[in-house]
Design a protein around this ligand. Structure first.
Ligand SMILES: *Cc1c(COP(=O)(O)O)cnc(C)c1O
Length: 386
């Protein structure tokens, strides 16, 4: 089988590595393979490249290079932020988060609960939006950190993180945001957001899997999660993953230069896909608010079908989509995000997520629009309930 035979609509799960990113990484495997911490000039060449990548990702975020800690993934970044807040505030044992976070945050919070910490999982509206008054009420004197994602990976719904951070500042509580889905899809500035911590992952950004970062606002008290060498100024032990860091830097540059395109061309493709499906497939519905929303994501339900069966038929046609998060696919549990929105289980289990990316073409969308109605009709003919 050949990769060109796939029509890929699952960019919120992962993205292809851009050729420019591969090209930027290769010399770090072949020629410049040294340890950036060593003292000779050969190593200085390597550390210079890490510094450049740090500047590139800092520029993407409107941050200072010294505020960037490279990690192994978005999951590690989220775990690190929560861990640090609890370690630096041992008298505070409460966390506020939302019921619709990625499992990289939810499961970490659940593990902390089992270790005796208290967690408030804020509810969302039927459209997947967050109530700021409810968030403010949930903050207690012993709240160590509020962690609210910037854009939801399943619905694309964008949370008002700047307002959340303003509340946190007023109440003297640290604020973290999982912004993994945001870069390249919406403007992203840590000063405007006003958060203390922000997580990114490179593989959602046309760079490799296994590299991420945590923005730590200057002067924020910090405790490392991985304790070891003095790398990352003592904030994350472990020899730097130099090629991937360099790739991440290049991808950050590309994401900034492509933001305009993702916001116009990809949004137009997504809107055509969504509008056509809603107008032509009977009993189709969208999950989540239309706005504010990521320009690449649509979450669509088709009353009377099972998403797992639809995904199998689509897969046979070379169409890659998902039923919510890749991290929960395979379980027949309805998505925790759709459940938190109060969508009944059968409707949630009839839902599919399509997430587009920079390499999607009009032909991809045409192909999907040609086959999806047939797939849905076929499944409905098998099911007596509609
Ligand atoms: C993919 C994703 C993560 C996890 O990132 P990894 O690098 O795969 O650990 C975290 N949060 C969100 C919102 C994501 O979409």
């Amino acid at each position: 089988m050949n990769a060109e035979h796939f029509h890929y609509f699952d960019h919120n799960a992962t993205t292809p590595v851009a050729p420019e990113v591969v090209a930027a990484m290769l010399p770090l495997f072949s020629e410049w393979w040294g340890n950036p911490s060593s003292a000779y000039r050969f190593a200085h060449e390597i550390s210079r490249r890490v510094d450049l990548a740090r500047e590139q990702v800092a520029t993407l975020l409107g941050a200072e290079p010294g505020e960037i800690v490279f990690t192994s993934c978005g999951t590690e970044s989220n775990n690190t932020a929560l861990h640090s807040a609890l370690q630096t505030h041992p008298d505070r044992r409460h966390i506020v988060t939302t019921a619709v976070e990625h499992s990289a945050n939810l499961k970490c919070c659940e593990a902390l609960q089992r270790r005796g910490y208290e967690v408030t999982f804020l509810p969302v509206s039927a459209a997947g939006t967050l109530d700021l008054a409810g968030l403010e009420r949930a903050i207690r004197p012993d709240t160590a950190i509020v962690s609210v994602m910037l854009a939801n990976n399943e619905t694309g719904v964008i949370f008002p993180v700047a307002e959340v951070a303003a509340i946190c500042r007023r109440r003297g509580v640290l604020c973290h945001t999982d912004a993994v889905q945001a870069p390249g899809k919406m403007p992203l500035g840590v000063r405007a957001l006003g958060v203390d911590f922000l997580s990114l992952s490179a593989h959602k950004l046309n760079a490799p899997k296994g590299i991420g970062l945590l923005y730590v606002r200057r002067k924020t008290r910090f405790q490392p999660y991985l304790v070891g060498g003095h790398q990352e100024r003592g904030r994350r032990g472990g020899t730097e993953n130099v090629p991937y860091i360099v790739g991440f830097g290049r991808a950050a540059e590309l994401a900034m230069s492509r933001l305009e395109e993702e916001n116009t061309r990809v949004r137009a493709l997504r809107d055509r896909l969504e509008n056509t499906v809603l107008a032509t497939i009977p009993s189709a519905f969208r999950n989540g608010a239309a706005q504010p929303r990521l320009p690449n994501t649509t979450n669509l339900g088709f009353a009377g079908i099972e998403s797992e069966a639809a995904l199998m038929l689509l897969d046979q046609l070379g169409i890659c989509a998902s039923a919510g998060s890749a991290c929960t696919t395979g379980s027949l549990e309805p998505s925790h995000v759709l459940a938190a929105m109060g969508i009944e289980a059968a409707r949630a289990r009839s839902s599919l997520r399509f997430s587009l990316g920079v390499e999607n073409t009009t032909e991809d969308v045409d192909y999907l629009l040609q086959h999806l109605p047939v797939v849905i009709a076929k499944l409905r003919a098998l099911s007596p309930t509609v």
